[in-house]
Design a protein around this ligand. Structure first.
Ligand SMILES: [Zn+2]
Length: 334
């Protein structure tokens, strides 16, 4: 039992501190129709080597994003604590019910884990997970890597990212860790919706934080998983816990200078992309059209780019609703 005040209902089934390699679970009491005294068993791996820093790696914060979990599972399989200076804590299925449902938010309580931080020990299941990880695991960590991709409704150019932070030293540490990931793009990310993010909660504790967007569309590719695996290893080496040389790769630096980066659909209908991911766009250029579904002979809605840059993300499914993010433009900084 980890001593937290107020107490958390979550308890790890393994020791998180002793030397060695352990695979276990975070056990969370979950009384439901199918199991009166049941538990949610969230898989976790801890490896502790010689004294040193701690890196916490999370995937499956959203349950329909696959590169991170796949990279973490593969890494956990071959993990040798003898090669570690410090500790890694691996949580491949952060929002486990959402992962098992292949969904962004938890089917248990309908909560989006990455909008519910700091969570609550007496809240619904997703809030209990958030609360435990933030109060029991993050304080052990010197660096947190939280894998994301676009999920079923977005697709991204693969990138690692940090945020612009008011604490200059923390900003620099986060940016350096994102750079170390060596994704094809490294982004200084401007969140459209920062409230409740794991990112914001970890950064507020002064802990180095790296996030990613490695693809999307509700599946993955061999190339994108390879980027995740390389990035995970590189960040662990950068964080000082894993021995070895980082694997360098060309990475283009991108910025998101204002919320003009985001373009939204005003109407619903069938989405016609006019440019693909990575393409250069000009401010005012049409990046997509939205065709109405109720009649022919009606002009589509035009979705323009808000600034000069390149297309870093797009809505994925073929149909959009009013208010959907259709495109994200990022600005090359080289
Ligand atoms: Zn996500």
């Amino acid at each position: 039992m980890i001593a937290l005040e107020p107490r958390s209902p979550v308890s790890p089934t393994i020791d998180l501190d002793a030397p060695g390699l352990r695979h276990g679970h975070l056990r969370l009491p979950w009384s439901r129709n199918e199991s009166a005294w049941g538990n949610l068993m969230i898989p976790v791996t801890v490896a502790v080597g010689a004294p040193g820093p701690t890196v916490l790696v999370t995937g499956g914060n959203h349950g329909d994003e696959y590169e991170g979990p796949l990279a973490i599972l593969d890494f956990a399989l071959g993990l040798d604590p003898e090669r570690l200076t410090g500790r890694v804590i691996l949580l491949p299925f952060f929002n486990y019910p959402a992962v098992k449902a292949g969904a962004r938010v938890s089917p248990v309580d309908g909560v989006n884990l990455n909008r519910c931080f700091p969570g609550a020990p007496d809240g619904s299941i997703t809030r209990q997970i958030a609360d435990f990880v933030l109060r029991a695991l993050v304080p052990k960590a010197d660096l947190v890597l939280d894998f994301h991709s676009g999920g079923r409704t977005l697709d991204f150019l693969p990138f690692a990212a940090s945020h612009a932070l008011p604490d200059a030293a923390l900003d620099a540490r986060c940016a350096a860790a994102a750079e170390a990931f060596a994704a094809p793009h490294t982004v200084k990310m401007l969140e459209i919706d920062p409230a409740g993010l794991f990112d914001t909660a970890v950064e507020a504790l002064g802990v180095t934080f790296v996030t990613t967007e490695l693809g999307g569309g509700g599946g993955t590719t061999a190339a994108r998983v390879a980027i995740a695996r390389r990035g995970l290893r590189n960040v662990l080496i950068h964080g000082g816990v894993l021995a070895g040389e980082p694997e360098p790769a060309p990475s283009r630096r991108l910025g998101m200078p204002s919320l003009d980066c985001y373009a939204f659909a005003q109407s619903g209908g069938m989405l016609e992309p006019l440019v693909d991911l990575g393409a250069t766009v000009r401010k005012g250029e049409t990046v997509a059209r939205v065709w109405p579904l109720d009649r022919t002979g009606v002009a589509p809605e035009i979705v323009p780019a808000g600034l000069d840059g390149l297309l870093a993300a797009r809505h994925f499914p073929g149909l959009v609703q009013p208010g959907d993010a259709v495109a994200v433009v990022a600005v090359p900084e080289d």
